[in-house]
Write a protein that binds this ligand. Structure first.
Ligand SMILES: [Zn+2]
Length: 263
């Protein structure tokens, strides 16, 4: 199994990264992608990824960090490293009032413009999208970027089946965290049933969002991706081993990971 989205440098994991990675390996996790949320977090995530054969990183500005200073050169430089497998996470978050929507959107549009330019320079990478209560606002912006729709993944999908259909019709991938296992979020489980086998990914978003049956544990850790994967397999009527092969092959294909990653 591959945890396609975690934050190894965020509080709760950063203090004990070696233990967290060892625990994940012991649980059967054979690949982790630590996701950048600011320029500094992206640079340090890449330094961290270089220390482990089975850790990769991304470079991007999370919408909730849109008001902080941004070093675009550092993002681009991180993107030139072999360990950096995607841009992002980037997107829109309508759940919180801050940073204001206009600012989130301006940073998103600038980031997409730069990604298009970097792609033209030969730095073509898939894009990890953060979208909270923002599918209708976000899809036109992604479409207007001109980037291929099948190079976007909507990570930590927390919307229902109607929004899932819109994202799938656009052509993007969808990734699920422990939220899909929550009894209070049946609409997310319903969305997870709709996603075709060749466009689904699985992740933790650790240190956030521990899945059932370890929902009470803090912090969430990449080892817990196994619980979410088992839940998704059962939900979709698949044998676990077959589902694991499917999502790992998807992760390798989407992020361009080596054949050694995953099951
Ligand atoms: Zn995240």
């Amino acid at each position: 199994m591959i945890d396609t989205h975690c934050h190894l440098l965020h509080r709760g994991l950063a203090e004990r990264v070696d233990d967290v990675v060892a625990e994940a390996r012991a649980a059967g996790v054979r690949g982790l992608i630590t996701i950048g949320t600011t320029s500094d977090d992206s640079v340090r995530g890449c330094d961290l990824a270089r220390r482990f054969d089975d850790v990769w990183c991304t470079a991007g500005i999370h919408p909730l960090h849109a008001a902080e200073p941004i070093d675009w050169d550092a993002i681009r430089r991180t993107g030139t490293d072999q360990r950096c497998v995607a841009w992002g996470e980037l997107g829109l978050d309508n759940h919180y009032p801050d940073p204001p929507r206009d600012l989130q959107r301006a940073v998103l549009e600038e980031q997409l413009r730069r990604i298009v330019a970097w792609r033209a320079e030969g730095l073509a990478k898939p894009v990890v999208v953060h979208c909270r209560r923002a599918v209708a606002d976000l899809l036109p912006v992604l479409r207007a970027s001109g980037l291929p729709a099948d190079r976007f993944v909507f990570h930590c999908f927390t919307e229902g089946p109607d929004d899932a259909r819109r994202v799938l019709d656009f052509g993007a991938w969808i990734s699920f965290t422990g939220v899909v296992t929550f009894k209070g979020a049946p609409e997310v489980a319903e969305a997870a049933r709709l996603v075709p086998d060749d466009r689904i990914l699985c992740e933790t978003d650790a240190p956030y969002l521990s899945p059932e049956p370890v929902r009470g544990e803090r912090p969430c850790r990449p080892a817990f991706v196994m619980h979410t994967a088992r839940f998704l397999a059962a939900l979709r009527g698949s044998e676990f081993a077959a589902f694991e092969r499917t999502v790992d092959a998807n992760a390798r294909r989407f992020f361009g990971l080596p054949a050694s990653a995953g099951c």
